[in-house]
Each structure stands twice: as C-alpha cells, then as structure tokens.
Design a protein around this ligand. Structure first.
Ligand SMILES: Cc1ncc(COP(=O)(O)O)c(C=O)c1O
Length: 365
C-alpha cells in the first residue's frame, strides 16, 4: 500500500543528521526544556521573519489552549472557528474553557468563510480562529478586518500550514499568536508529540513560557495557574534538523501536487485551489468527487492509500453534535464531507509512485 503520509521516509532522508542530534541530546543528560528547545524556538521564529518569538510546547492542541489563555480569554468566551478542521482545534478551544462556535467554509479554499464569521458574531464572541486547512491559507485580510471592526482577537491554527504564504508573508505572522502542531505527519514533524506557538511580542512569549510550566516565574513560584506543556529536547533537536529542510520539502510537495493537478485536469473532480499570490504548503492533497466512496474503494484495491480528511466534520462527531452554536447551518462544510478524498502526499513520495497513483485514478473514470 502506498501510504498517504510517511514519517519514516522523512527520518530516512535526514537520518545521519537526526541520529547525531539524538546522540547529542542523550549525551547531554538534559532532556526537557533546555538548549535544544531554546535554539529551536529562535530558529523557528527567524524562519518566519524578524522580531518574532516562538515557544515550544507539548503538542498543537495545548498550543491552541495556551494562546487563548495567554490572551486572557475565559470560560464562556466564544471563539469562532470552522467545523472543517481536525477535532484538535475544537478540543484546544474547550481545553481553555472557551466556547467554540462553528462558521461555514468558502467553496473554493475550503477555509473559514468571512461572511459566515460575521453571521456568528454575538455579544460573547472574543476571538476568531481560522485554520489554514491542508496548507491552504485562510482569507487573512478579511478576517483581520472583521476582527478589528468587532474588537476580536485572532489566533491562527497553522498546524497544517508550516511555510504557507500570502503575498510573500508567512501564515502565522498575521495574528498576535499562532499555534502549530509538530506531530510526526505534519510538514514540520518530530518523532513524537510536539507543538510551537509563534508570538509577535516578547511579553506574550514570556507569558506562554510561564503558562507552559505551572505558571512559574524564574524563582519557580506559580504566579498564574498554568499547565504542564513542555517540549522535550529530543523533539526540539529533531525539529531543528527538519526545519532546515522545510522549504525544500514543501517545494517537493508542490511538485507532486502539480503532477496530480495536471494529470487530473480534465477529470470530473474538483482539484485543490492554488492562487498565484499564495504559497500552499500542500500538507494534504484533497480532491472532491461525486462518487467518492466508489473511487476510494477502487484506489484501496489498487494499493493506493487514499484516505479521508476527515471522515466527519467536527460538528458531526457524537461529542460535538447538537451542542455547538452554528453546527446546524454549515451547508458548504456538509457538502464537502460527502465528496472529499485525500491522495498520498509527502516529500519523499517517488515519481514512479505518483505516476502509479495517477494511473489508478484516471483508469477508474
Ligand atoms: C488543524 C489542526 N489543529 C490542531 C492540531 C493539534 O495538534 P496535536 O495533534 O499536535 O495536538 C492538528 C493536528 O492534528 C491539526 O491538524
């Protein structure tokens, strides 16, 4: 089976550097929040631009909760977000005791629809959390305008979009705070759980550094109630290696996406949107097809690890059904979930496998 993602191929591609990094950490005897985390934070911030700060945390879900806590959001404060996302986005909002509210998605980008955001704003709304789904940037200009007009915070969920750009500006740098997962399958993924928060101010970075470790100050006194959400040195050392290859790896993903899109151009399927002013990180290559289930079955029978991202939108899961405001009015999201299908996508996917996948798709029609 050709997998849809292959973290072990990423390890093999950078094995000698990763092995050295692991040895360096094991020999150091310092395993959690140390010099590797410090260096990763600096390198991750400077990858995104000047005068930014980054804070390593335990995973992307915690990153979301920590951003909300850092901004002072409290129990009952509403955060508008899409239901077309990983469950983790919504779990992170609830982990911070905030109330998620679902907005619909745009038909082309599949990211949160600014018009739907405006419809959902209430007296309790405090923040908007766009998700750059599959690596496709959200409409940040409109979202920031809405936020400014209604005095709302914006937190970008960049877990699927490390390195995506709009007009030359990397996603994650539009909002004061942005959350990233570094789970192994992500464009920047470690070999275990990990996450990072990008901050525009030193003040926020300091607050998150305190929140991620019991609300401690330098004297280890808890000055605010906090979490345990530390990044370990092994993950940080591995992520430092991977970060050096991120731009290159993203280019390889886009080359594969181009091969797919050119080959499927005349088929009755909807291809991922690609705008000329944007850089798409191509975390996932997701098409829409009316006979999705039949195509999925056929591809799997031909050993192509096609998959669904996701089988259900968040509001369709039992844990969230009928209790999140906005969940009863998501026509675009629901239509997309009847048709979405993910094809294999990772930088090390060999050309001959891409051709094999293309042949399997084309021969089905
Ligand atoms: C859009 C999105 N947000 C948040 C997360 C949460 O990340 P983690 O699994 O590291 O907690 C993920 C990862 O699955 C994600 O894809």
């Amino acid at each position: 089976m050709i997998p849809f993602s292959d973290p072990s191929a990423s390890y093999q591609a950078h094995k000698s550097e990763i092995d050295l990094a692991i040895k360096r950490v094991l020999d150091s005897g310092w395993y959690v929040l140390g010099s590797e985390v410090d260096a990763f934070e600096k390198e991750f911030a400077s990858f995104h631009g000047k005068d930014l700060h980054a804070v390593g945390v335990a995973n992307g879900t915690d990153a979301i909760a920590l951003c909300l806590r850092c901004l002072g959001l409290e129990a009952g404060d509403e955060v508008i977000t899409p239901s077309h996302t990983a469950v983790a986005t919504v779990a992170g909002i609830e982990q911070a005791y905030c109330t998620p509210v679902f907005a619909d998605i745009e038909p082309i980008s599949k990211c949160i629809d600014p018009k739907s955001i405006v419809k959902r704003i209430s007296a309790k709304t405090r923040a908007i959390m766009p998700v750059h789904i599959y690596g496709q940037p959200s409409a940040m200009k409109s979202i920031l305008e809405i936020a400014e007009y209604h005095h709302l915070e914006v937190i970008e969920d960049c877990s699927q979009a490390h390195g995506s750009e709009i007009d030359g500006q990397k996603v994650g740098t539009f909002a004061k705070l942005s959350a990233y997962s570094c789970y192994p399958t992500k464009n920047l993924g470690g070999t275990g759980d990990g996450g990072v928060i990008l901050c525009q101010s030193q003040e926020f970075a300091d607050k998150i550094k305190s929140l991620r470790q019991y609300g401690w100050n330098e004297k280890r006194e808890s000055t605010i109630p906090g979490f345990n959400s530390r990044l370990d040195e092994l993950q940080a050392a591995i992520l430092r290696v991977k970060l050096r290859y991120l731009s290159d790896d993203n280019k390889k993903r886009r080359t594969i996406a181009k091969m797919y899109s050119q080959a499927f151009n005349h088929l009755p399927i909807t291809l991922p949107s690609q705008n000329t002013n944007e850089v798409h990180a191509m975390h996932l290559y997701v098409i829409e097809c009316e006979q999705r289930d039949e195509l999925l079955e056929s591809l799997r029978s031909k050993k192509v690890g096609a998959s669904l991202h996701y089988p259900l939108a968040v509001h369709q899961h039992a844990a969230y059904a009928n209790r999140i405001r906005g969940g009863d009015d998501l026509p675009m999201t629901e239509s997309f979930y009847n048709k979405n299908l993910t094809l294999p996508m990772y930088p090390e996917l060999p050309n001959e496998k891409v051709e094999e996948i293309i042949t399997s798709v084309k021969s089905w029609f």
